[in-house]
Design a protein around this ligand. Structure first.
Ligand code: FUB
Length: 343
């Protein structure tokens, strides 16, 4: 695996403290940072990008990751510790290939790592692994979560203690192949293909009390415009593609996501964890590299956006590095758009 050191700096909008908008670690390639504050410390659950020499395609076969490393910091801007391999694909009994964007949660003394990986039939499912430590090692359940499919699980704990999982991704994330509740291997490679129909929705589901299962049937997350109409398939600038995240601010629910082929991190707000969510705008403009993927967390009276780009690999889309920057909510509840990369 190539080292990611000796990188050149690409132009970023350098504002604020030095650590903002800089790769958080340079020893390995990392992406899809899901950040959480546990015990007053920051833990980041990223994908671990590697060079697999698999040619690039729209299916994302070149994202052929094989393990997860967990990173921690005492504070944003503090020293980053890489805690080594926390879960390896060879230790997931049902896994085939491609460990994509994970997330984590904590309940009753146990840490839970949720991860998407293709099973041995090449169908993405979501698995769960547990540990007594936030940095692992994690032990995977013997089977994927029953009823799970597609990619990018994001687990949100509401103020009443209930955990919800948001998930899904179109194109290589296979969400469009589940249109009728069953996997259709011959289904579209991209989206529904019905340009004037509502776009395919991300999913939400309540997690069971033991955090290992879905507690109810999976529901659609409706994203609507300000007139109350669903965003359409053809609306590539605004419709959902992948990278779900949920945060709550001043009692409002903020569902953020990537628009994929138009490369924005967008957001929509609602009054409860199920939505509907009304599209509000862009949180993060496109970065260097094809994918864009975020998490949003409060720490020490500020809000932070963790994201990735491809600065270290000088633009190789499957060799990414995670970064952090400050995120600001405006007095009216909207979020200030961030431009972290300029050509
Ligand atoms: O890292 C692999 C995939 O790329 C993730 O699951 C997507 O969100 C995109 O970032």
């Amino acid at each position: 695996q190539p080292e990611a050191a000796n990188a050149q700096t690409t132009p970023t909008e350098a504002s604020g403290p030095q650590f903002l908008n800089k790769p958080l670690i340079t020893e390995i390639y990392t992406a899809d940072p899901s950040a959480h504050v546990f015990n007053n410390k920051i833990y980041i659950y990223p994908s671990h990008d590697i060079e697999s020499n698999i040619p690039q395609n729209d299916n994302g076969d070149h994202f052929a990751m094989r393990d997860y490393h967990i990173l921690s910091q005492d504070s944003v801007g503090g020293k980053v510790t890489d805690h080594g391999v926390a879960l390896d694909i060879k230790d997931i009994p049902w896994a085939g290939r491609q460990l994509w964007a994970p997330d984590a949660a904590f309940k009753d003394g146990t840490y839970f790592l949720y991860f998407p990986v293709k099973d041995k039939n090449d169908v993405f499912r979501i698995g769960v692994a547990t540990s007594k430590s936030p940095t692992g090692p994690f032990k995977a359940d013997p089977k994927p979560i029953e009823g799970s499919f597609s990619i990018d699980p994001a687990v949100f704990k509401d103020s009443d203690g209930q955990h919800y999982m948001y998930f899904g991704g179109i194109w290589g994330g296979q969400l469009q192949k589940w249109e009728n509740g069953k996997f259709n291997p011959a289904g579209s490679k991209t989206d529904s293909g019905k340009e004037n129909d509502p776009a395919i929705s991300p999913k939400v589901v309540k997690l069971s009390a033991d955090m290992h299962q879905f507690a109810e049937p999976v529901k659609d997350v409706q994203i609507i415009d300000k007139a109350g109409k669903p965003l359409l398939t053809k609306d590539h600038d605004r419709r959902f593609f992948e990278a779900s995240w949920m945060h709550k601010y001043n009692g409002k629910y903020y569902f953020s996501y990537s628009t994929g082929d138009t490369h924005y991190i967008a957001y929509a707000t609602g009054d409860n964890p199920y939505g509907p969510f009304t599209y509000q705008g862009v949180i993060l403009n496109p970065v260097l590299g094809w994918t864009n993927h975020q998490s949003i967390v409060p720490f020490s009276d500020k809000w932070y956006l963790f994201y990735h780009d491809t600065e270290l690999s000088k633009g190789q889309t499957h060799l990414r590095n995670i970064k952090v920057t400050e995120l600001k909510h405006n007095p009216d509840g909207t979020i200030e758009t961030i431009t972290a990369y300029k050509e």
